[in-house]
Design a protein around this ligand. Structure first.
Ligand code: SAH
Length: 352
């Protein structure tokens, strides 16, 4: 709740509770400046004020469990209604990237992704999205670090929850709140055409990644049930318009699945489709999801796929798989509790 409000809204609420203006500055400094979400630590606020604020403007996430593997830490958050979502912190190349969830479950039901296997359960609120970043920022701040990047690549389809995601993007970039650069925030979408247009018009100016996964409509609709209703031409036009409006190059994500979309003809088809576009193709070798009879391609076929793209002058990168031993890699976020996640105390986390 506290994380769903911007500075002006917080001030109005705080003053509405009969507290002085200055309390808002103190509260914002604790939460966003110092990464503190424990009311007892907000020592320059009186006990009575803390109790009032905790009741009227509560934090909404409870850390249920977390698990670390190498450069990846996965957090399982309990929401106020008992439902749960996950976020992932990735420590790499000097970056501190938080991968946030935007929904509980997902309606897109991609064939290779765990998040949508039970469909959409509910949208997250703006506060629930922002709080994922605030809480992980708090853990990092104990070590003198901060969240540097945010990617909307956890559970859910962010452009199916625009009424919460757009305000959350505002809070993340607001200099009075988290102040993360727009260039360091990426919204990844399964391809919600009207959502891409709205994001372009919003002036939020974040990076956009489109989950393409196939060079043709025919193959794409087999992998992404949602894509059956989406014309590939209109989708690519929306992405091109986004790039033109924001001045940002588009990124296309392409999950490589052995024998399904990783063959030389797929790479050639993709290069034809993206001909003349200034863009990057980010290849993600499939991360295994229980119950799916799909396989990750061999290193050789991943390299061959990338070589073909590069020969055709398409900029191609490959996302190195991180965190798949703790089911924290792309597409593995689903609620597998309690058996797959090992509990750590917040103290242990600070050592990571
Ligand atoms: N709903 C958003 C965010 C999804 S997660 C979207 O569709 O873009 C981020 C990326 O991981 C997407 O490109 C998604 O398709 C991909 N992904 C999902 N499951 C995967 C899996 N099992 N292995 C590799 N990539 C996967």
């Amino acid at each position: 709740m506290v994380c769903s409000l911007d500075f002006a809204e917080l001030r109005a609420r705080v003053e509405g509770l009969g507290l002085s203006r200055f309390v808002t500055t103190q509260l914002v400094d604790w939460v966003y400046g110092k990464g503190v979400t424990d009311w007892d630590r907000m020592t320059n606020l009186s006990r009575a004020n803390r109790e009032l604020l905790a009741k009227e403007l509560p934090f909404t996430l409870t850390l249920d469990k977390s698990q670390a593997e190498g450069e990846v830490v996965k957090y399982l958050w309990r929401l106020a209604d008992g439902k749960a979502v996950e976020s992932v912190l990735i420590l790499a190349e000097g970056r501190r990237t938080v991968c946030v969830s935007s929904q509980v479950g997902c309606a897109a039901r991609c064939a290779f992704c765990a998040s949508g296997q039970n469909g959409l359960i509910r949208d997250l609120s703006c506060g629930e999205i922002v709080e994922q970043v605030v809480r992980i920022n708090g853990v990092l701040m104990e070590k003198g670090e901060r969240v540097s990047h945010v990617v909307f690549m956890g559970m859910g389809e962010p452009l199916h929850n625009r009424s919460a995601v757009f305000p959350a993007l505002r809070h993340l970039t607001d200099a009075q709140l988290l102040g993360i650069s727009r260039r360091r925030i990426t919204v990844s979408t399964v391809g919600v055409v009207e959502g891409i247009h709205e994001l372009a018009q919003s002036g939020l100016d974040v990076n956009l990644a489109l989950s393409l996964h196939a060079p043709t409509q025919e193959l794409r609709r087999r992998l992404i049930p949602y894509a059956r209703e989406v014309d590939l031409g209109s989708l690519l036009e929306a992405v091109a318009l986004y790039a033109a409006t924001t001045g940002r190059n588009a990124t296309y994500e392409y999950t490589l699945i052995a024998g399904v979309n990783d063959q030389p003809e797929h790479a050639e088809g993709l290069a034809d489709l993206l001909d003349n576009q200034q863009c990057t193709v980010n290849c993600i070798p499939y991360n295994p999801v229980p119950g799916r009879r799909l396989e990750r391609p061999s290193r050789e076929s991943v390299s061959a796929f990338m070589r073909t793209l590069r020969r055709r002058n398409v900029v191609a990168t490959c996302r190195i798989t991180k965190g798949d031993d703790i089911a924290a890699a792309c597409g593995q976020l689903a609620l597998q509790e309690p058996q797959a996640i090992v509990g750590n105390s917040p103290q242990q986390l600070q050592l990571i």
